[in-house]
Design a protein around this ligand. Structure first.
Ligand SMILES: Cc1cc2nc3c(=O)[nH]c(=O)nc-3n(C[C@H](O)[C@H](O)[C@H](O)COP(=O)(O)OP(=O)(O)OC[C@H]3O[C@@H](n4cnc5c(N)ncnc54)[C@H](O)[C@@H]3O)c2cc1C
Length: 467
């Protein structure tokens, strides 16, 4: 290995440049920081040996082969929203340039390239009166989201995004490009539906679309002081709504430097809803919340392309430190825990505590997918911002305290999309990754990993080690 003073591995870079059409960027390159830094800035310091800006599936396969020959790991980045493990010394394949989307309206299918974001699919499907199982942010990558499970605004009615994946083309650790579907490899398809990027780089995926044109959706916001009564109303309301209604309640208390990012000085309790039924029906359902007199009410009929306006997630990069927990129901005891963690009188340090209503189709066990957590009624997702080492330590301490308080209420581990950044220690990433699956499914995934990636080349993720 010959390294330049700037740290570039010259032989690796020239081998990649010989085989790849897209740009290959090493640590000496002026664009290195632009292409290596993920959306989630907690991994801002990651130092891959090379970044390959893939222009095609063949580029991805070539990059994997070059890395394999040198015993290097391979990481994947579409947007970096789900970056959880620094890919130091690895070949980072950026799929950001691969955003093609093709819609087959008759078969209600979208074929998406590896770097497509939800906004690309929403825009392409909308003219056909169809929608994908997109989540809160249209800027999140379709495949990263889908491989990790994928709770959508439409999921209580139509299921997990992972279960809408009907086929994928995938570069495996041997550098081969293979098509995976129910006919060619049902076992690998089962694993792709929930086990993240552990089995290779997906270069394109085929996803089911659903007949949805409009949504009655938006947010009701109240000052944080009203959190106890709003949480109690939410508990009762979620017990009565049909599968057409998805919702998330968020307790938000932003630090002063971020307070302009949300209304009501960044201190609010917000109920975000998405109802698939027409406004006349949905309005009546929302009446109990409107009767509480929200300070802000943005709920209205919107198109599926406006879906990102429900939650208004940050478009710009953020240093998010999150940790999800699955609970069976919203009992009064659990509500007390949530209020103690992020209610009006809680100590500062945990800007966002979200309660996502699951159930509906999400509660139906699917033999076709490895995603766990069917028994959960709600996902509690605690999110801090690692704004410097001192605040990061405060956030970690809050996360730890909350984990202990939530323990009596949890029912299994959250799916990969909500595990958060990799940590060491007692409840580190390996334990959380294992807990995301049913024990027998985890054993099945390990066997598949041994067969497809025995050297654990794809390990910069919530890793299923081939052990
Ligand atoms: C603001 C925000 C909103 C979110 N909302 C939701 C939500 O509503 N519902 C939900 O379920 N999740 C949600 N998430 C979680 C999100 O789905 C995950 O973080 C997901 O991993 C992001 O995928 P990405 O491709 O954008 O990110 P990236 O960081 O680019 O990728 C994340 C990981 O996915 C894997 N991956 C990505 N592309 C490929 C590929 N082509 N082949 C193989 N592996 C790949 C890799 O392991 C990669 O490290 C949200 C996250 C954020 C930050």
């Amino acid at each position: 290995m010959t390294n330049t003073p700037g740290g570039s591995d010259v032989e690796l870079l020239s081998a990649l440049r010989a085989d790849v059409n897209g740009a290959v960027i090493g640590p000496d390159h002026a664009d290195y920081d632009d292409v290596r830094v993920p959306w989630n800035l907690t991994l801002v310091h990651q130092q891959p040996a090379a970044v390959v800006l893939a222009d095609s599936a063949e580029d991805v396969a070539a990059a994997v082969r070059v890395a394999a020959k040198r015993g290097l790991g391979v990481a994947v980045q579409a947007t970096g929203h789900g970056a959880v493990h620094p890919c130091d010394g690895a070949v980072l394949v950026s799929t950001a340039r691969l955003r093609t989307v093709h819609i087959d309206p008759d078969r209600r299918l979208a074929t998406v390239a590896a770097g497509a974001r939800w906004q690309d699919v929403l825009a392409a499907a909308a003219p056909h009166g169809l929608a994908p199982l997109a989540g809160t942010s249209p800027h999140v990558g379709v495949l990263g989201f889908t491989l990790g499970g994928g709770y959508s605004w439409l999921s209580r009615r139509y299921g997990l995004a992972a279960e809408s994946l009907v086929a994928a083309t995938l570069v495996t650790a041997d550098g081969q490009l293979r098509t995976v579907d129910e006919r060619t490899d049902p076992e690998l398809l089962w694993a792709l539906r929930g086990a993240g990027g552990n089995f290779g780089v997906v270069t394109s995926g085929q996803l089911r679309l659903f007949p949805v044109r409009e949504l009655y959706a938006g947010a009701l916001a109240f000052p944080i002081e009203r959190a106890p009564e709003v949480l109690d109303a939410y508990r009762q309301w979620t017990g009565s709504v049909p599968d057409e209604v998805s919702s998330v309640l968020a307790l938000i208390r932003l630090p002063e430097m971020l307070s302009s990012l949300a209304p009501l000085d960044g201190r609010l309790v917000q109920v975000m809803i998405c109802d698939l039924e027409p406004a006349e029906v949905a309005e009546q359902r929302l009446a109990p919340f409107r009767a509480l007199g929200p300070a802000i009410d943005t709920v209205r009929t919107i198109t599926t392309e406006q879906l990102g306006e429900i939650a208004n997630d940050s478009v710009g990069p953020m240093p998010l430190n999150e940790h999800g927990h699955l609970v069976a129901d919203l009992s009064p005891g659990l509500i007390d825990v949530l209020l103690a963690a992020n209610g009006p009188d809680a100590p500062e340090g945990l800007p966002l505590l979200a309660v996502r209503h699951l159930g509906g189709q999400l509660a139906t066990a699917q033999a076709s997918s490895c995603h766990g957590g069917r028994q959960a009624g709600f996902l509690i997702n605690a999110t801090g911002a690692d704004l410097g080492p001192e605040l990061a330590a405060v956030v970690d301490a809050h996360q730890e305290t909350l984990s202990v308080s939530l323990k009596p209420y949890t029912v299994g581990g959250a799916g990969l999309n909500f595990i958060g950044k990799a940590r060491g220690g007692r409840v580190g990433d390996a334990a959380r990754t294992r807990a995301a699956f049913e024990p027998s499914d985890y054993r099945r995934l390990v066997a598949l990993k041994k067969a497809h990636d025995p050297e654990n080349m794809f390990r910069f993720n919530h890793n299923i080690a081939p052990l």
